[in-house]
Design a protein. Structure first.
Length: 495
């Protein structure tokens, strides 16, 4: 490990960058970044990905004599960036929360880590440690283990231990908690009126648990806790939250990493470069510097100016650099599992996750004349483009019956109102995040008159009964992956 020679090199050494494409651009190669974060836009085939990650590692070692952080958001369930055929289909956190099994949470973490490490990754921005205490939350939802802080804390701890066994650096997010908001920090800066005492009873419990389990990294949230930070700064820029609470009160000695600084919840309020400067002053060690190369160059200039002005010392930058390098040195080869062991865990996790909330007799038995009504396209997250990876093909592997696809929830309602009369059971699949759209509400309410023979399956929002009261039979699958659909179908048919 070489010690950076100047402020500019130090500044780049505290940043994780992004790029577009399947090979490393020259502009990225020419800067001593701490590492990279890969998204779907960088992932096409397994061989390409392995080659890319090898190129990233070899370039950093050759040019800068340091191991790069090669990172990804792979939480399981809806947030699954790497989804090749030989990747074990994991159900996601809230599905694991339904089973409430620390054993399964640990094994899911180990499987995820092992498979990422084989592809060349060494850092996964998981697990999500948020307590999803607000059903209207549009961005966390099933990424959380649930609404109970003690349960979330136990499962975060278990998954953290599993990821360490799998040979990957884990990162608990989004400190001090993103679960009790009704706004998405990708788009705006959410605000919370919670006091520190209230956070200590709920949101902070999973982070305490993660720290006790030796989590190496914790990610900040771009949320303003106005009763805690008197200046009205979001957590990412708040010295009160990052240094006084996370460092001093909770005793966290690992790496504090920011959420993406290109998110509108931070960038449009403070400016990209100034926000990064303030985050370092607040206590952040590592910056997720998504955005353009021009943004990052401006951020480096902002850091250099902050050093000249005495707002940041070189020693402060060096301290974070040393901590990042020390963290990398803790990486170990994971404890292997066979493919059979991994699939057994995935099957068991999915089977235990299916949540039958209401049942008037339509769930748990075979009914020959069953119709499935499903969205034609599904979104992996609130910000993704709808994909052809529909609920139907996966479900239909196990439920041999007729089906009707709808391109959008408001389309052709009157047409299938006639069709449903021919069937003895209707399975209506709904995909939503946070609040239902008006079209989804209209679709659901059009089935109220045949509620007795309708089974509603929520594919990713477990709180539909908060909005719609007529359901007689209702299932949460928490995700629409292949195994979730297998066990949803088996549950409905009583197998």
């Amino acid at each position: 490990m070489e010690i950076p020679k100047d402020v500019e090199e130090l500044a780049y050494s505290l940043m994780i960058t992004e790029f577009t494409g399947y090979s490393l651009p020259e502009k990225v190669l020419s800067k001593p970044y701490a590492g990279v974060i890969l998204f779907a836009k960088n992932i096409r085939t397994e061989e390409e990905l392995k080659s890319l990650n090898k190129q990233i590692k070899e370039t950093s070692l050759k040019k800068y004599n340091k191991i790069p952080l090669i990172s990804v958001d792979q939480e399981g369930g809806a947030v699954t960036r790497v989804n090749f055929k030989n990747i074990t289909p994991l159900c996601g956190n809230m599905a694991l929360g339904k089973s409430n099994s620390e054993y399964l949470a640990e094994k899911n973490g180990q499987i995820c880590a092992l498979e990422l490490a084989k592809l060349g990754f060494n850092l996964d921005f998981a697990p999500c440690a948020d307590v999803n205490s607000n059903p209207q939350n549009p961005i966390i939802g099933t990424r959380s283990f649930g609404e109970n802080p003690e349960k979330v804390a136990n499962l975060v701890s278990a998954m953290t231990k599993g990821m360490a066994k799998g040979g990957i650096l884990a990162c608990a997010k989004h400190f001090p908690g993103h679960g009790d908001t009704a706004f998405d920090s990708h788009l705006t800066m959410p605000k919370s009126e919670k006091t520190l005492e209230e956070l200590e009873k709920c949101e902070l419990l999973p982070f305490k648990s993660a720290i006790e389990s030796n989590i190496p990294m914790i990610m900040t949230s771009h949320i303003c806790f106005s009763k805690i930070d008197k200046e009205g700064l979001p957590a990412t820029l708040s010295k009160t939250i990052l240094t006084d609470i996370l460092r001093n009160k909770l005793g966290f000695n690992g790496i504090i990493v920011t959420d993406s600084m290109a998110m509108d919840g931070i960038k449009k309020y403070f400016g990209y470069g100034e926000a990064i400067v303030q985050s370092i002053i607040a206590g952040a060690d590592l910056i997720i510097a998504c955005g353009s190369e021009e943004d990052r160059e401006k951020a480096v200039e902002a850091i250099k100016n902050a050093v000249k002005e005495g707002r940041i010392t070189i020693e402060r930058l060096q301290e974070s650099f040393n901590k990042i390098e020390a963290m990398k040195a803790t990486l170990k080869t994971g404890c292997e599992m066979t493919n059979e062991e991994k699939m057994q865990i995935a099957e068991e996790s999915a089977e235990q996750s299916i949540d039958v909330v209401l049942n008037n007799g339509m769930i748990g038995r075979k009914i020959k004349k069953t119709l499935i009504i499903s969205p034609e396209k599904l979104k992996l997250s609130p910000h993704s483009i709808p994909t052809e990876e529909s609920f139907l093909p996966k479900f239909m592997e196990y439920a041999k019956t007729e089906y009707y696809k709808i391109g959008s929830e408001s389309e052709k309602i009157k047409e299938f109102e006639k069709i449903v009369k021919k069937f003895d059971r209707i399975i209506l699949a709904i995909s939503s995040y946070g609040k239902l759209t008006e079209a989804q509400r209209q679709l659901l309410n059009s089935f109220e008159k045949i509620a007795d023979k309708t089974v509603v399956v929520s594919l990713n929002n477990p709180y539909l009964t908060n909005d719609i009261k007529w359901f007689k039979s209702y299932i949460n699958s928490f995700y629409y992956g292949k195994l979730q659909m297998k066990y949803t179908a088996k549950t409905i048919d009583g197998e």
